[in-house]
Design a binder for this molecule. Structure first.
Ligand code: ZN
Length: 136
């Protein structure tokens, strides 16, 4: 498996409207996209930091994964996403190494990426995503 860089860091927030000003006014980053990902019941806001992005996640459903995360643990870092070259190959390689995958096949994430999550039991309790930009 070949990881090229950290694609993004996912951060759970209660409200994009309340969170975005910190990133823009304090850190001086620019929110370049806001997108709803229905499948994951979230609204996302993106900022670029070099090759890596910050992905803010606001739930659109209290029962969704981000809604439950915030209820249990509050706002904060939710997951790390690594960019890989061949996501199908990476998934089979990890399964062959005994990694428990939440997604056994890639699904569509924000920005048209193909994504798959590892189970935190297999990734040292850090919710980990791998993703591939097939448009590149
Ligand atoms: Zn993500």
């Amino acid at each position: 498996m070949e990881i090229s860089h950290i694609e993004h860091i996912g951060i759970a927030v209660k409200s994009l409207d309340e969170a975005i000003p910190y990133y823009e006014n304090v850190l001086g980053l620019k929110c370049y996209a806001v997108e709803e990902v229905k499948d994951q019941r979230v609204k996302t806001a993106f900022f670029k930091v070099g090759q890596t992005k910050i992905e803010l996640l606001e739930t659109t459903d209290p029962e969704g994964p981000i809604g439950k995360f915030i209820e249990k643990r509050g706002e904060g870092i939710h997951h790390l996403a690594y960019a890989v070259k061949n996501i199908e190959g990476a998934i089979s390689e990890m399964e062959s190494k005994g990694v428990q995958m939440i997604d056994k096949a890639p699904r569509k994430g924000a920005e048209g990426l193909h994504i798959a999550f590892l189970h935190p039991k297999s990734s040292g309790s850090v919710l980990t995503e791998i993703c591939e930009d097939k448009n590149k």
